[in-house]
Design a protein around this ligand. Structure first.
Ligand code: M6R
Length: 313
């Protein structure tokens, strides 16, 4: 797993390689029939499990705010068994590292049986069952993921979903030429940005040592960073056997705050975005109850380090 975490910059660079040096993004990235399939979709339905589901939850924020397209995200094992209302103009997006997850495959079959034929998958294994079952596909190039915890597959799924967002935004005339160039520039910078974050390993190791004796942990985020908090909690449970929950930070006061005390470390994802001031007031609620905070911030977040408040930029 450690090795795969450190392969993220290369995995991202390989996944984004197909952009080449182009100054514009082409729907063809998702397959020959992309433009025809994507042009008049009315909404997006994302179906996946586990980590792949979390990637879908992040993408919902992008698809709605950047491409202006309604999006819902479903856990495959729920979607396949529930009665839902199909719409043939929905783009059904399945996400899977392996392409062999039984619930995801069955949920896709279920969607198709309801008459939803516009299908696209994001998958890391080109020869998998899922790839064969979809009209459009994007193959992430994370390389084999052997560790049980999904790491580099997740980040490459996010890159693919961001590309899908840009393609849909472009087809819906919501992406100016200038914005397109800027987005492509930022995407090409991603591998370098991720490498910088991996340099924080010694500090993160220090943090983990303090966590190792804890029984529980709470992860908080707002907006598109709430699913990132969910993914953090999943990783801690799966790998450290420490009970962890994730909450949208604004929900804290509606119940879970009661659990916060000095034995409950609280991890927050706190980038300097439109919700940072709201998040800061949630973090104060945690401190008021004696909770110890571990905050992933960025330089502009302006959260000072103090007793009980640990910051990584
Ligand atoms: O291969 P898939 O992406 O379809 O797998 C789905 C989940 O089982 C998977 O993402 C799981 O949650 C992760 N390995 C957890 O780290």
């Amino acid at each position: 797993m450690q090795k795969e975490i450190f392969e993220q910059p290369v995995a991202l660079a390989n996944t984004l390689e197909m952009l080449g040096t182009a100054h514009s993004i082409q729907p063809g990235l998702f397959g020959a029939a992309s433009e025809e399939v994507l042009r008049d979709v009315k909404q997006v339905l994302i179906i996946a499990c586990g980590t792949s589901y979390h990637a879908g939850l992040v993408a919902r924020y992008w698809l709605e705010s950047i491409a202006g397209i309604p999006c819902s995200v479903e856990v495959a094992s729920e979607y396949r068994y529930r009665d839902s209302v199909p719409d043939p103009q929905t783009l059904v997006v399945t996400i899977s590292q392996s392409g062999e997850t039984a619930d995801t495959l069955a949920a896709l079959q279920h969607a198709k049986s309801l008459g939803m034929a516009r299908t696209l998958c994001i998958c890391n294994v080109p020869e998998s069952s899922l790839v064969r079952e979809n009209t459009l596909r994007f193959i992430t190039r994370a390389g084999p993921e052997i560790g049980v915890a999904s790491t580099k597959a997740f980040t490459t799924q996010l890159a693919a979903l961001y590309l899908l967002t840009l393609v849909l935004a472009k087809l819906r005339s919501r992406l100016s030429e200038q914005a397109e160039v800027a987005e492509l520039h930022a995407l090409r910078h991603l591998p370098v940005a991720v490498s910088k974050i991996l340099e924080l390993e010694p500090e993160i190791r220090d943090w983990s040592e303090r966590f190792s004796m804890k029984q529980h942990a709470l992860f908080l985020g707002r907006g598109r960073h709430y699913p990132i908090a969910m993914e953090g909690a999943l990783k801690l449970k799966e790998i450290s056997y420490i009970h962890a929950e994730a909450y949208p930070a604004g929900e804290l006061k509606h119940g879970p705050l009661a659990l916060v005390d000095r034995d409950m470390p609280v991890i927050a994802v706190a980038p300097n975005d439109a919700l940072i001031e709201k998040l800061k007031s949630n973090l104060q609620e945690v401190r008021a109850r004696g909770g110890e905070l571990y905050v992933f911030a960025d330089a502009g977040s302006e959260i000072p380090e103090s007793e009980g408040v640990h910051i990584l930029h």
